[in-house]
Ligand binder design. Structure first.
Ligand SMILES: NC(=O)c1ccc[n+]([C@@H]2O[C@H](COP(=O)([O-])OP(=O)(O)OC[C@H]3O[C@@H](n4cnc5c(N)ncnc54)[C@H](O)[C@@H]3O)[C@@H](O)[C@H]2O)c1
Ligand SMILES: N[C@@H](CCO)C(=O)O
Ligand code: NA
Length: 819
């Protein structure tokens, strides 16, 4: 035998009820069924609204009553054939008029007791069970209407009644003993010892189903709803949450208590005690397996994940009672809890550290002010004597519960959990874990609720790990990066189980921010003109407001404004990858601010492409230093553009043509004068020098400019490029003269003892620098360990693809730190 419980959405109209008929018929082919129904969708809300209006003396309640009537009449017209309709309508009429009388009474008295409220609410299930049982009979099923008030005995807490299982079991067994056919039972309601109607709390029909199932001893209880089952997390908050095929009774209890609304929290207990499995099924998708709740079967392979699912509760407040006078004083906790219990205030979460200086509780928001008032009265003496220093309420919080049977005895779960939260900059306000070790609950600011759920969901392998990338700049480097990300999506997923989602892009004119990720095949179309002042600030504000987990800001601009915003980003725990040198080579003040922000943030900051583009120069330098080597000297060529220029000059090309080619190929800075003046090279030396620990400013780097004297006035890039021809003859001459002596010219520099110099050098053709090609950079590290034969890093040092590759590698480095 099975109990089938249908929720309000599964019976919301005639078609849905016909669908339910199909489910019942199919089940009956194998086994007898007991049906439990909720009220039709919306009816419970309408009843509540009508009751509240009536109690305010607002006669408008009759309009609500009218709506309730229409809803049910339409259902009867749709489902019940003319011949049988009269009976059903008469019943409905009688019930509606009783309901009208009760509401009228409430309206006259301006008073809504819990007793009348429960009575009013009971009509919803009474209507639906009557209509559905009539419909089933019409369709040839021997169905009967069963009013649960005759079998579920509760206490007299009318609106959230406790069930007397023993008494109920007796009545249920007696009733079902002689019964045949399909009973259609009203969910949600019961009766107090004096016979008055009570309700089992919101969603209580699930509870009805398991109470009846357990009392009768059925084989299975099926809860039919409008979702595919118990999800690993709320799918509205966690995109990749999925329906769990199986969870244990205790996991179901932990999850439903901490906010998962699939199942009424109390309903697991009767089924668990009786050892009856519960299935959560979707009446809109009956082919889906749903979630089975029970004891694991032998054949079932339990996944090797310690965490099964997550849930969260908001609309709650954190109440904190603290004071040094509480230490070692027995009875404070007892009075605190008794006082709240005496006023029917339910405690959702408790935490007290062993110092006993404070006790933290979470209660429902609706009861917060009342709790404060009664506790201030209760502890008035202690407060006056300063033994209790404060009683505070903190709003806008959420409790997150991390649940799993296999967490117990599995070291490292909480370490991993809190590490994940920490790296994402999520502040944990309070923590509670019971000794059964299957639920770790913690309190966060409600702003971090979704972020916490998502990063924890991913970090416990419940879904693929994601990093959210926000790109600034859409020029050469950004374009190559987007192409590389697009081409490697599949490999990253397959080999690293990682999704790099580009969630935002902005340049000076356009912007887009999109949670689910921008389609990288069509990103140009996704960009929308900016009407927001076009500053990077607005883009960053939007990124901060999104508060997505694992966020990385990728700077592909050459803008100092963007570089100046790094401290703000880091303070918001957003990691940064930058190709832009204006941060690390900015003023000493900016450099220090960035470093400080980096140290106090849990986010990461990487800038490998600042020096030598994709070549591993900064990482090499740091590896040498961190492993205890002493760097004596760094020499070499660190401008891709200037390397390219001299390499091409040697081949006999014209200076201005070469500069133009370098610009078109994406080697130069947005303004090529940055390269020709040596500024870009100098910045790289400045960065290396600072990396070595020297307190250097830009002015400390001696550097020779290749911008001809007469072109150093203010002019546009285009004009400059045009006028550059005038320098061609001079360079032809220099190269020719050098060649006569088996020499060549190149632009190179060195750093040693905190001094950095860059200049045009006359070098023998045998010098390795003279042998460079294209945009090749070369860095020569002379160190204690690499003294006789220095360590050389050499390769292309400019261009979209190599630079983007370096940026990409930094993104992946941060991803593997974050997750
Ligand atoms: N080209 C290379 O080989 C190379 C190598 C290493 C590092 N870099 C660095 O990469 C950065 C980008 O170089 P690029 O060649 O792609 O330049 P680019 O001129 O092609 O692109 C720069 C982009 O930044 C945008 N931008 C500028 N200021 C902005 C602001 N305030 N807010 C938002 N967007 C802004 C522009 O609109 C443009 O889309 C530079 O800092 C450069 O030094 C380049
Ligand atoms: N414009 C730079 C790009 C690499 O930082 C260069 O030519 O070296
Ligand atoms: Na590099």
């Amino acid at each position: 035998m099975k109990v089938l419980k249908f929720g309000g959405t599964s019976i919301q109209d005639g078609d849905r009820i016909r669908n339910v008929l199909g489910i019942i018929r199919r089940t009956m082919q194998d086994t007898p069924v007991i049906v439990v129904v909720s009220a039709i969708r919306k009816v419970t809300d309408l009843l509540l609204e009508a009751a509240v209006m009536a109690s305010d003396g607002d006669v408008g309640y009759s309009k609500k009553l009218g709506e309730i009537e229409t809803l049910h009449r339409e259902l009867v017209e749709d489902l019940i054939e003319t011949a049988g309709r009269k009976d059903v309508e008469e019943y409905l009429q009688a019930e509606l008029s009783e309901l009208g009388d009760v509401l009228h009474g409430v309206c006259l008295l301006h008073e809504l007791s819990d007793k009348s409220s429960a009575l009013i609410m009971s009509f919803g299930e009474r209507f639906s069970a009557w209509i559905i049982s009539s419909f089933l009979r019409q369709e040839g099923i021997e169905a009967s209407y069963v009013d649960a008030r005759n079998m579920i005995v509760t206490d007299s807490n009318h609106c959230d009644a406790r069930v007397d299982m023993k008494a109920s079991r007796k009545l249920i067994r007696a009733w079902f003993k002689g019964a045949s056919g399909v009973p259609v039972v009203t969910g949600y309601i019961g009766a107090a010892p004096d016979g008055t109607a009570t309700t089992l709390g919101r969603g209580g029909s699930d509870y009805t189903a398991t109470i009846i199932g357990a009392s009768v001893g059925v084989d299975k209880i099926e809860i039919w709803t409008d979702v595919d089952g118990f999800f690993s997390a709320d799918p509205k908050r966690v995109r990749d949450a999925y329906a769990l095929p199986f969870i244990s009774y205790s996991e179901a209890m932990e999850l439903s208590h901490s906010g998962a609304k699939v199942l009424h929290p109390y309903s697991v207990h009767p089924a668990m005690k009786a050892g009856i499995p519960i299935s959560i099924r979707n009446s809109y998708n009956p082919d889906a397996e749903g979630t089975r709740i029970g004891m694991p079967e032998k054949s079932e392979t339990v996944p090797e994940r310690p965490v099964t699912g997550l849930s969260s509760i908001n609309n709650v407040v954190l109440l904190n009672l603290s004071g040094s006078g509480m230490v070692g004083v027995p009875g404070i906790a007892s009075r605190l809890f008794s006082c709240l219990a005496g006023h029917m205030i339910n405690i959702i979460f408790i935490s007290q550290a062993s110092s006993e200086q404070s006790i933290s509780l979470v209660i429902n928001l609706a009861q917060a002010e009342k709790a404060r008032r009664i506790l201030e009265e209760e502890f008035a003496v202690e407060i006056a004597a300063r033994q209790i220093e404060s009683l505070t309420l903190r709003r806008h919080i959420a409790i997150i519960a991390v649940v799993g049977n296999d967490m117990s005895g599995h070291p490292g779960v909480s370490a991993h959990l809190f590490e994940t939260l920490g790296k994402n900059g999520i502040n944990v306000i309070a923590v509670a874990q019971g000794a059964n070790e299957m639920n770790i609950s913690f309190v966060v600011d409600s702003r971090d609720e979704d972020k916490a759920l998502n990063c924890v969901h991913e970090s416990f392998l419940l879904s693929r790990r994601t990093v959210h990338v926000f790109i600034a700049g859409t020029g050469t480097i950004a374009k190559s990066l987007i192409g590389q990300l697009r081409d490697h999506t599949y490999t990253l997923r397959k080999e690293m189980e990682l999704d790099v989602v580009v969630s935002g892009m902005a340049n000076t004119r356009m912007m887009v921010v999109k949670d689910g990720g921008i389609d990288l095949r069509n990103w140009e179309k996704a960009l929308k003109p900016r009407e927001d002042g076009k500053t990077i600030k607005n883009y960053i504000e939007r990124i901060k407001a999104r508060n997505l987990h694992n966020s990385i800001f990728v700077d592909c601009t050459a803008s100092s404004d963007v570089a100046e915003s790094y401290p703000d980003l880091l303070a918001s725990n957003i990691s940064i990858v930058t190709a832009n040198k204006l941060g690390m080579a900015g003023s000493w003040a900016l450099y220090e601010t960035i470093r400080d922000a980096q140290h106090s943030s849990n986010a990461r900051f990487l800038y490998e492409t600042n020096v030598g583009a994709g070549l591993p120069i900064i990482n090499t330098l740091n590896d040498l230093r961190n492993s205890g080597d002493k760097i004596i000297k760094i020499e070499g060529v660190l401008s891709g553009t200037l390397s390219y220029i001299f390499n091409e000059l040697r081949k006999g090309e014209k200076f201005s043509d070469i500069v133009r080619q370098a610009k078109e190929a994406g080697y130069t800075e947005p303004d090529p004068r940055e390269d020709l003046s040596g500024a870009d090279f100098a910045r790289k030396f400045l960065i290396l020098g600072r990396e070595l620990g020297y307190r250097l400013d830009y002015e400390d780097i001696e550097c020779e400019s290749l911008v001809p004297e007469h072109l150093r006035t203010d002019m546009s890039v285009d004009t400059f490029m045009e006028k550059l021809r005038s320098a061609d003859a001079g360079y032809d001459e220099k190269i020719r003269k050098a060649a006569e002596n088996d020499m060549t010219i190149a632009y190179a520099g060195e750093i040693s003892e905190g001094k950095a110099r860059i200049s045009v050098k006359m070098l023998p053709l045998s010098n390795p620098v003279a042998g460079l090609n294209g945009t090749e950079n070369m860095v020569v590290f002379t160190t204690d360990r690499y003294l006789d034969t220095p360590l050389v890093v050499k390769g292309p040092g400019a261009g979209g693809e190599v630079t983007a590759g370096g940026v990409f590698a930094d993104i992946l480095r941060i991803a593997s730190y974050l997750i």
